[in-house]
Design a protein. Structure first.
Length: 231
């Protein structure tokens, strides 16, 4: 995942997207995007919830809670335009390529100047909208990087099964160990039960991905090490 400087335009839009998301019931699937157009912020998105958000109140709560960060980032005032769609059909997102790394939050170069800055995946995305898939991929990798002798891994996460009942995951790595062996090890140890893994996230504040990125996360714990054996 991209390392986000909380004291930047990009940091503010991603933090605001997750802050808005936190006001929607966790049982709902939601995708919230915040676009900073300098003079105002566009808040767009879709959610399965039919409960309308009071974005004026949410905005004031956000300003009060993060006043110092906003001041440092040059946001003296926030004007918003709300185009959130409610009561939408949004299926769980449980497949896609995920790039994982020993260092979860990766520095990436920023453009010199942008007319607008948008929040980005996974920020503003509820757990079942791909975020849990990314977290679980990091959870798997965090158990294995030292054993496999690699720093980076590109991982295709899927719940789709083949004729043998195995998940059709794919591995692209720079490890000296055969990718088929890595795949076999992953399938032997990890259940890919996202509902069960979701319980590990119950008490985790998603905003801490930005606010406290250096602290231990539920998806960085190595609680399955005793089951990982490579012959």
């Amino acid at each position: 995942m991209r390392k986000i400087n909380k004291n930047s335009r990009r940091g503010i839009v991603n933090l605001f997207a997750d802050f808005i998301l936190s006001r929607i019931d966790k049982k709902e699937n939601s995708i919230i995007e915040v676009i900073d157009c300098e003079s105002f912020m566009v808040i767009k998105g879709n959610t399965t919830s039919n409960k309308l958000l009071d974005l004026d109140k949410i905005k004031l709560d956000f300003i009060n809670q993060f006043s110092e960060i906003l001041k440092t980032s040059g946001f003296e005032k926030i004007n918003t335009l709300d185009i959130i769609n409610y009561n939408q059909e949004i299926d769980n997102i449980e497949s896609g390529w995920v790039s994982v790394n020993k260092k979860i939050f990766i520095d990436e170069s920023e453009p010199i100047k942008l007319l607008s800055v948008s929040s980005e995946f996974p920020y503003g995305y509820s757990l079942n909208c791909g975020r849990l898939m990314v977290y679980y991929s990091h959870y798997i990798f965090n158990h294995m990087y030292s054993l496999l002798g690699l720093k980076n891994l590109k991982f295709y996460f899927t719940k789709e099964e083949d004729e043998n009942g195995d998940f059709k995951i794919k591995i692209v790595s720079d490890s000296k160990i055969n990718e088929k062996r890595i795949k076999s090890l992953i399938l032997d140890v990890f259940s890919f039960d996202l509902k069960e893994f979701n319980t590990k996230m119950d008490n985790y504040n998603l905003l801490d991905d930005i606010l406290s990125e250096s602290e231990e996360k539920p998806y960085t714990k190595q609680d399955m090490l005793k089951h990982i054996i490579l012959f």
